[in-house]
Design a protein around this ligand. Structure first.
Ligand SMILES: NC(=O)c1ccc[n+]([C@@H]2O[C@H](COP(=O)([O-])OP(=O)(O)OC[C@H]3O[C@@H](n4cnc5c(N)ncnc54)[C@H](O)[C@@H]3O)[C@@H](O)[C@H]2O)c1
Length: 261
């Protein structure tokens, strides 16, 4: 006897759920907030700068917070609970990607990148898991990078942090499955965001050349991603469309990683 299957139109919905998104002020994070809201979730959108994201007034709460502060993620988890009464989806998206020749990379810069990109993701996942396990489960989505699987020039700190995020996702899946919590990584390739535009000059200095040319040459799909193309995969990962997906990182890079060109 086969189980009745849930209609596809319902599987992607997040009605009645609450999500926290970090780094939500712009770029990929803002696109994720927009799509999660469309899927029916209430969202706490957090950023070090005041987030400019928009959404239904009742379903969106913004928070200005520096994730390098040790208590920041616990504060956000409780803000979600206090405001919307649940916490079902946590998206570790905030990230920084400065570049530097390896021999000039300072200890401080190494620590800063690892702290924002990896340690804050760990603190976010831990804060989320402490709440979600009490509520019966949830999903943690970590925004990694295809630099979590291969290395480009001048970005040892970033590459190391994102390899760490891919590993963290595996550990979360193993440690939290019995609490009903899935963990999924989403690894963008080069995506047209404010952060990338700002980094283009220093990436050029690091040996990437012109970023549009570089992406055109090295990516089978021949262009950068739009932030929304990453956000759509986050909705998939967070929803019951991905109910049997955990511990893996989904690469969303236009084929760059698998191409020799
Ligand atoms: N854009 C790309 O090409 C690309 C590619 C691969 C992976 N990623 C990853 O996607 C994520 C988002 O990238 P993006 O391009 O949208 O970046 P972005 O710079 O455009 O936006 C990042 C946001 O994170 C916030 N942030 C940074 N440090 C913070 C802190 N300490 N506390 C709170 N918020 C903080 C920033 O204020 C900003 O609003 C990052 O994790 C990045 O590594 C991006």
């Amino acid at each position: 006897m086969t189980e009745p299957i849930t209609p596809l139109a319902e599987l992607w919905r997040l009605d009645g759920q609450t999500a926290v998104v970090t780094g939500a002020g712009r770029g990929i994070g803002a696109a994720i907030v927009s799509r999660l809201t469309e899927a029916g979730a209430a969202v706490v959108a957090a950023d070090i700068d005041p987030p400019l994201v928009s959404g239904g007034a009742d379903s969106l709460r913004t928070a200005t917070i520096d994730l390098r502060r040790p208590e920041a993620c616990d504060t956000l988890a409780h803000l979600a609970l206090d405001t919307f009464g649940s916490l079902d989806v946590w998206v570790n998206n905030a990230g920084i990607y400065p570049s530097s020749p390896l021999v000039d990379l300072t200890d401080d810069e190494w620590d800063r990148v690892l702290d924002v990109n990896l340690s804050a993701a760990f603190r976010g996942a831990r804060a989320a898991a402490r709440v979600m396990r009490r509520l019966g489960g949830g999903v943690i989505v970590n925004i990694a990078s295809n630099a979590g699987m291969a290395a480009g020039p001048g970005t040892a700190h970033y590459v190391s942090s994102k390899h760490g995020v891919v590993g963290l996702t595996k550990s979360l899946a193993v440690d939290l499955a019995s609490d009903g919590i899935r963990a999924v990584g989403v690894a963008p390739g080069v995506t047209k965001t404010e952060g990338v535009e700002a980094a283009a000059a220093s990436l050029r200095q690091a040996g990437w050349g012109d970023l549009d040319d570089y992406v055109g040459r090295t990516t089978p799909l021949g262009r950068m991603a739009q932030p929304d193309e990453i956000a759509r995969v986050v909705v998939f990962a967070a929803s019951d469309l991905a109910s049997y997906v955990t511990g893996t990182t989904i690469v969303v890079d236009g084929g760059q990683l698998i191409s020799f060109t």
